[in-house]
Design a protein around this ligand. Structure first.
Ligand code: C2E
Ligand code: MG
Ligand code: MG
Length: 726
């Protein structure tokens, strides 16, 4: 090896310290060494040598034993005690075996007796350097290994995943720190224990091959989902479920030995990584929940109901037993929504769902189909009588008031019932039948239940025929207006008249609005009808001198969809201008419920009319869900006391008091009053005494044909009965 080669293999050039009190021997050795190496230092005794060794590092020390001050042994002892890394070669005149063994014991690498051959010494130096180099490389490798081990352990312990090793018996021989965070166990809880103790019961079979995987490489287990048991006593996870879902990757560990020149591969255990997938599972659960549930009430939705109904029908076909489907619809829910707002409406739906749920058994399915529609499936064999008693319980459960935002709210429900297989064996028809039965309840008074029957089919067909009939009615001139006078009991004069719509049905004869108004509103034909009414009133009354010469005001009923039209006030004003109608002789009647949904827009629209002189009357006053506040905001000229209050006057003191309260309030606010549906003298007198003088009702006149009414206008008082007080 050349000098350069020797040096290039070490970081620094090889440094020598030559220690000998014999200066000639020392110098000649230095000279010889200098032929090969450059860094040579000399020391003339042991003391100088020690002070030099303290200051710097020498790769090789060539040491004499017999020296003044400090002997070679002392130098060796110093090097050993200080754990100084160097190679000491002793050169000495001493040959006693004791001296030699002592020097070796103290750490000398080799010993040469003077005189010696320099070649031998050089050879020993090379050997020593080689050994030191190997030693040094070993240390370096060991430190690199230790570093890499530390790094890997850090990575393993700080991994969010659970990393484990199982031994041959399937017991944990290693788990990383994540086990505490993930499962709430201490490492020591797992080590030495069989893995199966920690697998969720339902996954044990599956885990047998996966958790304890023996296969390697591409055949090992990947992305398998399992449940691991958690330590529920862990205070940091007090509310956690007892099973943690994980995704597992695992593979067999094998050792390879050579035995008799053959490779022997032995299974050693399993290495696995388990990832916590509880957040993903939660998200998945939520998505599935959303697909099959109504998010507001948390009840099953239509999709889930159809699923269950389909299953129940299949089962019933097999067992030849009946099952029941109920269609539930809340009465006047829209009104509550419009009056109190959607937040209260939603809250009501949640509470209704809660009460209904309490009345059903675990196997039954109560679903919300949307809006205020619910559906109930009773899959077990149920008789009609049993179904009836369930329906009654459901109705009763809603009878107590609901308290929403400190408001007391009452709600009723209409229930239609269909029976499988009597009413239909088809899933959709069954639902339609229950729906039809529910509509029948609604149309005949609400808050009740009824079973589907063939007759209902006719009623539904009638609804459809009303809608198409109405379209024809407009074209064929089958609509008519009747006029009902409003009388001032003091002057006994007709002061107003209400225009009331009739349909002269080609087969059924004259029909009142109760027969067709709902369909007209639902199908939006009402807007064309309202327009027709206005034109009809204009031509009936405002072109006839008998009416024009009087001061009678005419009232026209409008519906919600009329008012909702954007241009509604402008169109009405344009209408009065076109027909030269004095706006002061026109009044529109609206009900409280019509403006509850958007009182601001409504106020603005009514103000436009009021500014033009058109009066606004609140029809059916007191029957809606409104706060009286609107009376301050809206330009209201007249309040019409509803027939239901007037008819109570003689029957209950409460009814009479209510009428008195309405009259008092209107007087206080300076609003005109009209009492509707006055049918007898008793009612008329009572109203009279309260100071409510304008009345409308059969006592004075039924709604009249236009000609009849106009004649009445001319002959005035004749038709008006004398009230006892008047
Ligand atoms: P409403 O505006 O409250 O009209 C008063 C209703 O009470 C009329 O029923 C009238 O015939 C009836 N009535 C009058 N006096 C008495 C009485 O002494 N006793 C009893 N029991 N009833 C009496 P009608 O004509 O069947 O109208 C029903 C409802 O239809 C009206 O109630 C009104 O809201 C609506 N309506 C009538 N005509 C129209 C119209 O042209 N357009 C719109 N949108 N709705 C109308
Ligand atoms: Mg009216
Ligand atoms: Mg009314």
């Amino acid at each position: 090896m050349t000098f350069d080669e020797e040096n290039s293999r070490f970081d620094s050039p090889v440094s020598f310290l030559v220690v000998d009190d014999d200066s000639r021997a020392r110098q000649s050795l230095s000279m010889l060494l200098k032929r090969k190496w450059s860094d040579i230092t000399e020391a003339e005794d042991g003391e100088v040598a020690i002070s030099l060794i303290e200051k710097r590092q020498f790769k090789v020390i060539i040491l004499d034993l017999n020296m003044p001050k400090k002997s070679g042994d002392q130098v060796l002892a110093f090097i050993r005690d200080r754990k100084i890394e160097t190679t000491v070669i002793v050169i000495s005149g001493e040959t006693s075996i004791n001296k030699v063994t002592e020097a070796v014991r103290l750490g000398a690498y080799d010993i040469f007796k003077k005189p010696y051959s320099f070649d031998d010494l050089e050879h020993a130096i090379h050997n020593a350097l080689d050994k030191a180099r190997v030693e040094e490389e070993k240390v370096q490798i060991q430190s690199r290994l230790a570093h890499s081990e530390r790094l890997h352990r850090y990575m393993v312990d700080n991994s969010p995943d659970l990393i484990y090793i199982l031994n041959l018996k399937g017991e944990f021989s290693f788990v990383n720190d994540s086990v505490t965070k993930l499962l709430g166990y201490d490492k020591s809880d797992l080590l030495g224990k069989h893995y199966s103790q920690f697998i969720a019961d339902e996954d044990r079979m599956k885990a047998e091959y996966l958790f304890n995987e023996r296969r390697r490489a591409s055949r090992s287990s990947r992305m398998v989902e399992l449940g691991l048991k958690c330590n529920s006593t862990d205070p940091s996870k007090p509310f956690d479920v007892s099973v943690c879902p994980i995704e597992l990757n695992s593979m067999g560990i094998y050792s390879v030995d050579i035995k008799d020149a053959r490779k022997v591969v032995t299974y050693q255990g399993t290495y696995g990584v388990a990832r916590d997938i509880s957040s993903r599972k939660k998200a998945e659960k939520l998505i599935t929940f959303q697909a099959y549930h109504d998010l507001l009430t948390k009840l099953p939705n239509r999709a889930m109901l159809l699923d269950r109904l389909d299953l129940a029908i299949k089962q019933s076909v097999r067992t030849k037993e009946t099952l029941i489907v109920m269609f539930l619809d809340l009465d006047r829910f829209k009104l509550i929504n419009d009056s109190f707002g959607h937040v209260v409406g939603d809250q009501l739906l949640v509470e209704v769902a809660g009460r209904l749920k309490q009345e059903i058994r675990t196997g039954d399915t109560l679903a919300r189909l949307g809006g205020d529609e619910f559906m109930l499936l009773l899959p077990q064999p149920t008789t009609r009588e049993q179904a009836e008693s369930v329906a009654q319980k459901l109705i009763q459960s809603l009878q107590q008031p609901f308290f929403l935002r400190s408001k007391e709210v009452y709600i009723n429900v209409s229930i239609g019932i269909a029976v499988f297989p009597d009413d239909s064996s088809d899933i959709n028809t069954l639902i339609t039948n229950a729906d039809m039965a529910m509509y029948d309840v609604k149309s005949t008074g609400k808050n009740g239940y009824t079973f589907y029957s063939d007759k209902l089919e006719h009623a539904a067909a009638e609804k459809i025929s009303i809608e198409s009939g109405l379209r024809n009615a407009l074209k064929n001139g089958e609509l008519e207006i009747f006029y009902q006078p409003q009388i001032n009991s003091l002057s006994r004069q007709i002061v107003g008249v209400e225009a009331l719509l009739r349909w002269n049905h080609p087969q059924l004869g004259l029909r009142a609005p109760g027969y067709f108004l709902e369909q007209a509103e639902e199908s939006r034909i009402i807007q064309q009808i309202s327009e027709w009414v206005l034109h009809r009133v204009a031509s009936d009354l405002f072109s006839d001198p008998r009416f024009l010469d009087s001061e009678i005001k005419v009232s026209i009923n409008l519906s919600a969809s009329d008012i909702r039209q954007k241009e509604f006030p402008e169109n009405l004003v344009a209408f009065t201008e076109k027909f030269a109608i004095d706006p002061r002789r026109l009044e529109i009647e609206i009900t409280e419920n019509m403006f509850m949904s958007d009182i601001q827009a409504c106020t603005h629209k009514l103000q436009v009319l009021s500014n033009r002189g058109i009066s606004i009357a609140i029809d059916d006053f007191g029957t809606g869900y409104s706060s009286l506040n609107y009376l301050r905001e809206l330009p209201v000229h007249t309040v019409k006391i509803d027939y239901s209050f007037v008819s109570e006057i003689e029957h209950s003191s409460k009814g009479a008091a209510l009428v008195a309260a309405i009259v008092g309030m209107a007087h206080g606010l300076g609003i005109d009053l009209v009492a509707e549906g006055v049918e007898n003298n008793h009612q008329a007198e009572y109203l009279e005494n309260l100071g409510c003088h304008i009345m409308q009702g059969f006592l004075f006149s039924k709604p009249l044909k236009v000609e009849e009414f106009l004649e009445r206008v001319v002959t005035q008082q004749a038709a008006i009965p004398n009230l006892s007080k008047a």
